[in-house]
Design a protein around this ligand. Structure first.
Ligand code: GDP
Length: 289
């Protein structure tokens, strides 16, 4: 999944020749910088990463091993924002998650993927159809939940997502679900109406966490919209969707530090199994080879 980024790192690392001097370090850093920018990592993130690796390598003593160690530590620091731990269960079930995102970002599909991930962990999951803006969203969830054999809460009688969520939460508490995933409405762009609706749904659900689904194909826009959602309703994690179609892949590297919210999962395909937990240690190991 991180093939492009891994290639960038390994090709940068391969070209590094150290003869224990400053010039070699400058060259190595230049090579790394070029590759990271090519992979579409945000330029500010690249600048900071390069500066940190430089300082840390000098502290350790200039040499290839020290450089690689400095790079590994800096990368880990970059990705490890706010204890990046995949899915976190609340002490008292159900763990309630509000799934948010712009229309077309992959929010509904990702809700199904997350339910699959949890079901595979033997958790009893309820999906709540609270996206009542997009006509096909409820039907899409019906198909997904039938396919993955997860229960769906829906109410065709109302167009008010707050009513649906309130009733769904009562239902979830009475039936003892482990996790409730609420699929909320998205729009093509962020506007006050969308944010007001989300704010009301948030109040009704009292979620343990709010996830924002960001489309990696929108590049730095994914970062901007995630930041906007964070400022307006508060988000606890980002799920980066459509990573399989992202030929550069650098967004994943800068996201946590740019938005200051942990990247929790990565979506890498249209199938329900195509979701991977984003664990910094594992990613750094992969990138460093
Ligand atoms: P929503 O409007 O945000 O709920 O978006 P949908 O869940 O309907 O997804 C929009 C499109 O993106 C659908 O065709 C999905 O199959 C597709 N999609 C979602 N996630 C991924 C992913 O990780 N990879 C790929 N290739 N397609 C995805």
């Amino acid at each position: 999944m991180f093939d492009t980024l891994t290639d960038s790192f390994t090709s940068a690392i391969k070209k590094i020749r150290f003869h224990d001097d400053d010039k070699a370090l400058t060259k190595a850093l230049g090579e790394l910088k070029k590759n990271l920018l090519k992979a579409d990592v945000n330029h500010k993130v690249v600048k900071e990463l390069i500066a940190d690796v430089q300082v840390l390598t000098k502290e350790k003593g200039i040499g290839k091993d020290q450089f690689l160690e400095a790079l590994r530590e800096t990368l880990y620091k970059l990705l490890e924002v706010g204890g990046n731990k995949g899915f976190t269960f609340a002490p008292n079930p159900p763990t309630t998650i509000l799934m948010t995102g712009l229309q077309g970002s992959g929010k509904t599909t990702t809700t199904g993927k997350l339910a699959t991930y949890l079901k595979n962990k033997q958790k009893k999951v309820l999906i709540v159809a609270a996206d009542l803006q997009r006509l096909a969203a409820v039907e899409q969830l019906r198909q997904i939940t039938t396919q993955i054999e997860v229960e769906l809460y829906e109410d065709e009688a109302t167009k008010n997502p707050v009513e649906v969520v309130k009733a769904a939460m009562e239902y979830a508490n009475s039936k003892i679900f482990d996790v409730v995933l609420i699929d909320t409405a998205g729009r093509l762009a962020i506007d006050d109406e969308l944010m007001d609706e989300l704010e009301n749904v948030k109040k009704a659900a009292s979620p343990d966490e709010i996830f924002y689904v960001a489309d990696s194909l929108t590049g730095q826009d994914a970062i901007r919209t995630a930041t906007s959602f964070k400022e307006k309703i508060g988000i606890d994690g980002v799920i980066l969707s459509k990573y399989d179609g992202d030929s550069k892949g650098g967004v994943a590297l800068g996201l946590s530090s740019q938005v200051q919210v942990p990247l929790r999962f990565i979506g890498s395909g249209e199938k329900m199994e195509d979701l991977e937990v984003f664990l910094p240690e594992r990613i750094v190991n992969r990138l460093m080879g």
